[in-house]
Design a protein around this ligand. Structure first.
Ligand code: PGA
Length: 265
C-alpha cells in the first residue's frame, strides 16, 4: 500500500480510471490490454484501473506483470456475513485490488450514502490493506451559495473521523465537484487549485505541514486530453480520477502522457 509521496513536496503523479457501470468481460480485457500496451514506455505516474466488480478478476489477469494497479469502485463496511449484494474488503484484496474508491458522488446522490457510511467504508478499506480514494465535492447549488469550501471541509472531516495519523496518511483524496462529473463541464484550473489548496490546508491543520505536503489530491470531473495539461499545471493537483475518458485507451493514455509532461517540466 502506498503512503503519500516519498519526501516533502515530492508527490507522485497518480491517475485512476473509474469505469463505473461499463464494460463486459471481453470489453474489459480489451480495454485493459490496450492500456497495458500503450503504457509500457510511460514513466512518471501511478496508474490504477477501477473496473466494475464483475471484471476485477479479468483485469487483474490482464495487467499482471505490468506496473498498472487494480482498484474497486466500492466496498462494504463489514468483512463478511449476511449482506446480500455487497462486496467486502477481504474479497477485494483476494482478487488483487490495492485501491478502492469510497464516497463517489454517484453513490452519495443516487444510493444515498451519507458521511457516516463513507467513514465506515474508509475504515473497512484500511482494515483490509486497501488504499481508499475518498471522493469529496460540492453540488452546483452549494457552489452557487458560496458553500464549496465548507462542504469540502465537512466531507473531509467526516471521512477522516476516528482514524490514526498513520491510517489517514494512506488516504488519497479526489476532489470531484458534482456539477463537473460526466457533464463535459470541468472545473477551471483556478477552481480546482482553490479547492485542492484548501484541502491541503485542512490536512496541515489536522496533521501538520509534512503530512499535508505528502498527501495526494486528485481532481475528477470531465477530465479529457484537452483540459488535462491545464489542470495538471496547478501545484496542488497531483493527478486525476477519470471517468468517461478512461473508457477509451487512447484518450486515457493521452491524459496520462500530458500530465506526465506537465509535471516533469
Ligand atoms: P467523468 O467522471 O470524468 O466522466 O466526469 C469522473 C468521476 O466520476 O470520477
Amino acid at each position: 500500500m502506498r503512503i503519500g509521496g516519498k519526501n516533502k513536496g515530492e508527490r507522485i503523479l497518480f491517475i485512476a480510471g473509474n469505469w463505473k457501470m461499463n464494460k463486459t468481460l471481453s470489453e474489459s480485457r480489451e480495454l485493459a490490454s490496450a492500456i497495458v500496451k500503450a503504457s509500457l514506455n510511460l514513466v512518471g505516474s501511478e496508474i490504477v484501473l477501477c473496473p466494475p466488480f464483475t471484471s476485477l478478476q479479468e483485469v487483474a489477469k490482464t495487467i499482471e506483470g505490468s506496473s498498472i494497479q487494480l482498484g474497486a469502485q466500492d466496498i462494504f463496511w463489514e468483512d463478511s456475513g449476511a449482506f446480500t449484494g455487497e462486496i467486502s474488503g477481504p474479497m477485494l484484496r483476494d482478487v488483487g485490488c490495492q485501491y478502492v474508491i469510497v464516497g463517489h458522488s454517484e453513490r452519495r446522490q443516487i444510493i444515498h450514502e451519507n458521511d457516516d457510511v463513507v467513514n465506515l467504508k474508509i475504515k473497512a478499506a484500511l482494515r483490509n490493506q486497501l488504499c481508499p480514494i475518498l471522493c469529496i465535492g460540492e453540488t452546483l447549488e452549494e457552489r452557487e451559495k458560496g458553500l464549496t469550501l465548507s462542504r469540502i471541509e465537512s466531507q473531509l472531516e467526516h471521512g477522516f473521523k476516528n482514524l490514526s495519523r498513520e491510517e489517514a496518511a494512506k488516504i488519497i483524496i479526489a476532489y470531484e465537484p458534482v456539477w463537473a462529473i460526466g457533464t463535459g463541464r470541468n472545473a477551471t484550473p483556478d477552481q480546482a487549485e482553490e479547492a485542492h489548496r484548501y484541502i491541503r490546508q485542512i490536512l496541515a491543520r489536522k496533521y501538520g505541514d509534512e503530512f499535508a505536503s505528502c498527501a495526494i489530491i486528485l481532481y475528477g470531473g470531465s477530465v479529457k486530453p484537452e483540459n488535462a495539461p491545464y489542470l495538471a499545471e496547478e501545484a496542488d493537483v497531483d493527478g486525476f480520477l477519470v471517468g468517461g475518458a478512461s473508457l477509451d485507451a487512447t484518450s486515457f493514455i493521452k491524459i496520462i502522457e500530458k500530465a506526465i509532461e506537465v509535471k516533469q517540466k
